[in-house]
Design a protein around this ligand. Structure first.
Ligand SMILES: *Cc1c(COP(=O)(O)O)cnc(C)c1O
Length: 363
C-alpha cells in the first residue's frame, strides 16, 4: 500500500504515537468490566477538561456523523422547528438531515466562503419562526472557515430558544470550544481531526436542558444519546464498546491536555497564519472571503487556473504530498491543507508549501 510522507488531509490526520500505543494493548476483557468503566470515566473527565465544561460528555463508538445524527434524532420529533445557520457543506447538510428526521427547517444561509458576523438575520428568523433548536457549524472544514459561536449562544439564551446544536468536529482540540460559556446544548466532536486519533469515536457534551429534551423524546436507536446519561451508574452500554477506540480517543485528548490548551491553540493559530501567508506569497488565492474568519485548523485554497484537480493532485502526490479536495460547489475548484492535531506542525507545512510552490512555477 502506498503511503505519503507529507500528509495534509484535513482528517483523518496522522495518528498521534500515544494513540497508536493505546491500540497495541490487548485489553482482553469484556465490555462491562470495572476497568472499562474506569477507562470511560477517565476519557469523559479528560474531555470535560478539554471543553472546559461541567456538562456530561457522551462518548459514542462511531465517527463524527454518528454524533451529528444521534443528537438530532435524540432531540427532535417530526414537526419540530429547526433553524439552521448554514455557511458551508456541513451547515447546509445538517439542515437536510434535520428535514430528513421530519423537522420543519428554516435556513439562515450564507455563501460557502463566508462566516457568520451580523446576527440580525438570525434574530429576525428566531422571532418569526420560534425554533426549538438552532444548528450551526463551528469550523466548516470544506471551506476552511470558523464561525463565531458565542454571539449565537447569547441570542439563543436571550430569545429563549431551547437548544443550540453545534458541530465542532474539526475545531475541538485545535481552538477553544466552550459549551457552557457559549450556551451550547449539544456540542459535537470527533476523534480523527484535531485529536489525532482514529475515525472511530465521537462525543457530545450535553447540557442539562438537552438531557431533559432527550428524556422526553425517548428516541431508541443505535445512535441514541439517552443510554449514555446513565451508562456509568448502571454499568450498561447500549452496545459493546471497543476498548481500543475509547483508549485511543483518551490518549489523543490527554496529549492536548499535557501540551496545555493555550499552547496547543497558539500552535494551531501560528501554523495556520504561517500557512496562509506563504500560500499568498507563493501566488495562491485563499478561498474564504476577505472578511470571513479563516479556520486555525484547515486552509482552503483555489486550485490554480488551468490545472484540473486530478492533475494537480497527481503532481503533488508524485512529490509525496497529499492534500484534501473539497465538496459541493467547491469540488474541483478548491483544495485544502489540514493543519490540525499532529499536522499543526510548522516543518510539515513548510515541506508542503515547498512542493506547492514548485508545482505552481512548473505550470
Ligand atoms: C469530519 C467532520 C464531520 C464528521 O464527518 P465523518 O465523515 O464522520 O468524519 C462532521 N462535521 C465536520 C465539520 C467535519 O469536519
Amino acid at each position: 500500500m502506498k503511503t505519503y510522507p507529507i500528509p495534509m488531509v484535513p482528517g483523518p490526520v496522522k495518528v498521534h504515537p500515544a494513540v497508536l500505543k493505546a491500540y497495541k494493548v490487548d485489553y482482553g476483557s469484556a465490555d462491562l468490566e470495572a476497568e472499562y468503566l474506569e477507562l470511560y470515566a477517565q476519557a469523559e473527565k479528560n474531555l470535560k477538561s478539554l471543553l472546559e465544561t461541567q456538562y456530561s460528555v457522551a462518548i459514542l463508538q462511531g465517527e463524527g456523523m454518528m454524533a451529528l445524527w444521534g443528537a438530532l434524532k435524540s432531540c427532535l420529533r417530526p414537526g419540530d422547528r429547526v433553524l439552521s445557520v448554514a455557511t458551508g457543506v456541513y451547515g447546509y447538510g445538517i439542515a437536510d438531515m434535520a428535514a430528513a428526521v421530519g423537522a420543519e427547517v428554516r435556513k439562515v444561509g450564507l455563501g460557502h466562503n463566508e462566516t457568520l458576523s451580523d446576527l440580525a438575520a438570525c434574530e429576525k428568523a428566531v422571532a418569526e419562526f420560534k425554533p426549538k433548536m438552532i444548528t450551526a457549524v463551528h469550523c466548516e472544514t470544506p471551506s476552511g472557515t470558523l464561525n463565531p459561536i458565542e454571539g449565537l449562544g447569547r441570542l439563543k439564551k436571550a430569545m429563549s430558544v431551547p437548544l443550540l446544536y453545534v458541530d465542532a468536529v474539526s475545531s475541538v482540540g485545535g481552538t477553544s470550544v466552550r459549551p457552557d460559556a457559549w450556551d451550547i446544548d449539544l456540542c459535537l466532536g470527533g476523534s480523527q481531526k484535531c485529536l489525532s486519533a482514529l475515525p472511530d469515536t465521537c462525543f457530545v457534551a450535553v447540557s442539562p436542558k438537552a438531557w431533559e429534551v432527550i428524556e422526553e423524546i425517548d428516541y431508541v436507536g443505535y445512535d441514541a444519546l439517552k443510554p449514555f446519561r446513565t451508562a456509568l451508574e448502571k454499568h450498561a452500554f447500549p452496545y459493546t464498546p471497543a476498548w481500543q477506540a475509547t483508549a485511543g480517543l483518551n490518549a489523543g485528548v490527554q496529549a492536548v491536555l499535557e501540551e496545555g490548551l493555550e499552547i496547543c491553540y497558539r500552535r494551531h493559530d501560528a501554523v495556520a497564519a504561517y500557512c496562509r501567508k506563504r500560500l499568498e506569497e507563493t501566488g495562491y488565492t485563499l478561498f474564504p472571503a476577505p472578511d470571513a474568519v479563516p479556520s486555525p485548523t484547515v486552509t482552503a485554497v483555489h486550485i490554480p487556473e488551468g490545472i484540473p484537480w486530478a492533475e494537480f493532485d497527481a503532481r503533488l502526490r508524485r512529490h509525496g504530498l497529499v492534500v484534501g479536495g473539497s465538496y459541493g460547489p467547491m469540488a474541483g475548484k478548491v483544495f485544502r491543507l489540514g493543519h490540525m492535531g499532529t499536522q499543526a506542525d510548522r516543518n510539515l507545512v513548510d515541506q508542503a508549501l515547498d512542493i506547492l510552490e514548485r508545482t505552481l512555477s512548473d505550470r
